[in-house]
Design a protein around this ligand. Structure first.
Ligand code: PLP
Length: 378
C-alpha cells in the first residue's frame, strides 16, 4: 500500500490506525499455496484473530489452527450455517486445535466437534481420554528452534525418544494418534530447523509403524518467515528445501499440514500514528506518538520484533527516539529511528506489522487499541 493511501486513511479514520490490506493477505496465501502445493495451510488464528482476516482466509478455502475456545468460535461462526455433516467434515478436515495444553472445560466443549488436537505428554492423554474421547490426536514433538526470533521448544514438545511411547499410551487410552506435529519457532530463518524436524519425524513414523501404529499426517507447524528485511531467506528457496525433504521421506498418501500465521498476515498490516509530543533529551530528538508497545507495537515486547518507524514527511533525517503514549518507559517503539524533523500532528507509520500486533494490544493506561480499517476486501 502506498503512502498516499495510508495518509488518506489516517485523515479519514483518525489515529492510531491499524490498516489491514486484504489484497496482500490473499497474495501471501496464494504464494504459500503455490510454493507448497502438497501442504494444507491452516492459518494460525492467534497471530491476528480479526474475524475479517479469518473470513478472507475462509473464502480462499483455507484451514485454521486455533488454540483457544474463542479462536475456535471465531472460525465456527463461518461454518455455523452449514448442514451438520458438512460442518462436521469441515472441522475434521480443516481445523486443528493446536495447543498441546487444554483446560478440562475446553476439552469438554470441544468433544462434540470431534476435532484434531495436539498433545505432548501423558497427563494430557488422560485428560483427553476422559473429557474429549472423540478427538483425534497429533503428537507435538520438540524440535530445534535454533535462531528463530521466537523460541517455542522450551515450552512444548515431546522428546523424540519418548514419542512412540506417548503414541502407545494414547492408544492404550482408547485414542487414535493421526500423526505428528512440530514448530521450528516463529520467524524461522534457519532452514536446518525444518530439515532436522522432518528427519526426526520420519524416524518416528518408521518406529511407530514397527510397533503397529500407522501415522497418517505430518504437521510442519509455523515458522515461515515474513520478509521483514533483506536478511530473510527467500521464501521460494526455503520451500524448495522443505518440499524436497518431505517428498523424499514421506509417501504421497501422508497428509502434510502447516500452520502459517506470520507469513500470511505480517505484510498485510500497517500502523499509522501521530506525533503528540516532542522533546530533546541528551541531544536526541524524542517523539511521543499515540500508539505504542501496549498497543499495535506490542510485538516489540512479546514478539521481539522491531518495527522501523517511517515519516510521510521528507527531509534530512537523524536518529530519534519514538515513544508510545503511556507513562511507562517500557513504552518505547525505538531509540534510533531515522526520522526528519517532525512537528506535532505529523503522521508516522510502520509496515509489516500485521502479525502479533493488534492481537496483543491492551487498554493500558486508558488508551484504547488502534482503530482497525480493512481495505481491499472481496
Ligand atoms: N502453530 C502454533 C502451534 C503456534 O504456537 C504458532 C505460533 O506461536 C503458530 C502456529 C504460528 O506460527 P508463526 O508465528 O511462525 O506463523
Amino acid at each position: 500500500m502506498n503512502q498516499k493511501t495510508l495518509l488518506a486513511l489516517a485523515h479519514e479514520h483518525g489515529t492510531p490506525l491499524f490498516v489491514v490490506d486484504h489484497a496482500e493477505l490473499r497474495k501471501n496465501y496464494r504464494l504459500f499455496k503455490k510454493h507448497f502445493p502438497r501442504v494444507q495451510a491452516y492459518y494460525a488464528v492467534k497471530v491476528n484473530s480479526d474475524p475479517a482476516i479469518v473470513e478472507t482466509i475462509y473464502k480462499l478455502g483455507g484451514s485454521f489452527d486455533v488454540a483457544s475456545m474463542q479462536e475456535f468460535h471465531t472460525v465456527y461462526r463461518f461454518i455455523k450455517q452449514l448442514p451438520a455433516k458438512e460442518r462436521q467434515d469441515f472441522i475434521w478436515d480443516k481445523v486443528i486445535y493446536a495447543n498441546p495444553i487444554k483446560p478440562i472445560e475446553t476439552l469438554r466443549e470441544l468433544d462434540r466437534y470431534k476435532p484434531l488436537v495436539t498433545y505432548d505428554n501423558q497427563e494430557e492423554v488422560t485428560k483427553i481420554a476422559e473429557h474429549a474421547p472423540h478427538a483425534g490426536l497429533a503428537l507435538r514433538l520438540r524440535v530445534p528452534n535454533t535462531g528463530s526470533m521466537v523460541e517455542l521448544s522450551s515450552k512444548f514438545g515431546a522428546l523424540p525418544g519418548e514419542a512412540v511411547d506417548l503414541i502407545a499410551y494414547a492408544h492404550d487410552h482408547g485414542l487414535t494418534v493421526e500423526g505428528l506435529s512440530f514448530h521450528v519457532g516463529s520467524q524461522c530463518t534457519n532452514p536446518e530447523n525444518y530439515i532436522q524436524a522432518i528427519h526426526l519425524s520420519a524416524g518416528i513414523f518408521a518406529e511407530a509403524e514397527s510397533r503397529g501404529f500407522k501415522l497418517q499426517l505430518l504437521d510442519i507447524g509455523g515458522g515461515f518467515p515474513a520478509a521483514y528485511d533483506a536478511s530473510v531467506p527467500r521464501f521460494a528457496d526455503l520451500a524448495t528445501r522443505i518440499n524436497h525433504e518431505i517428498n523424499r521421506l514421506f509417501p504421497k498418501e501422508i497428509e502434510i499440514l502447516a500452520e502459517p500465521g506470520r507469513f500470511l498476515v505480517a505484510s498485510a498490516g500497517y500502523a499509522v500514528s501521530k506525533v503528540i509530543g516532542k522533546a530533546v533529551r541528551e541531544g536526541k530528538r524524542c517523539y511521543y506518538v499515540n500508539d505504542g508497545v501496549y498497543h499495535t507495537y506490542s510485538g516489540v515486547i512479546f514478539d521481539h520484533c522491531p518495527y522501523p518507524v517511517k515519516a510521510f514527511k521528507k527531509g534530512p533525517t537523524e536518529p530519534s527516539a519514538v515513544f508510545g503514549p503511556t507513562c511507562d518507559a517500557l513504552d518505547t517503539i525505538g531509540l534510533s529511528e531515522q526520522l526528519p524533523d517532525l512537528q506535532l500532528g505529523d503522521y508516522v507509520y510502520s509496515e509489516n506489522i500485521g502479525a502479533y500486533s493488534a492481537a496483543s494490544s491492551t487498554h493500558f493506561n486508558g488508551f484504547p487499541p488502534a482503530t482497525v480499517v480493512h481495505v481491499n476486501q472481496e
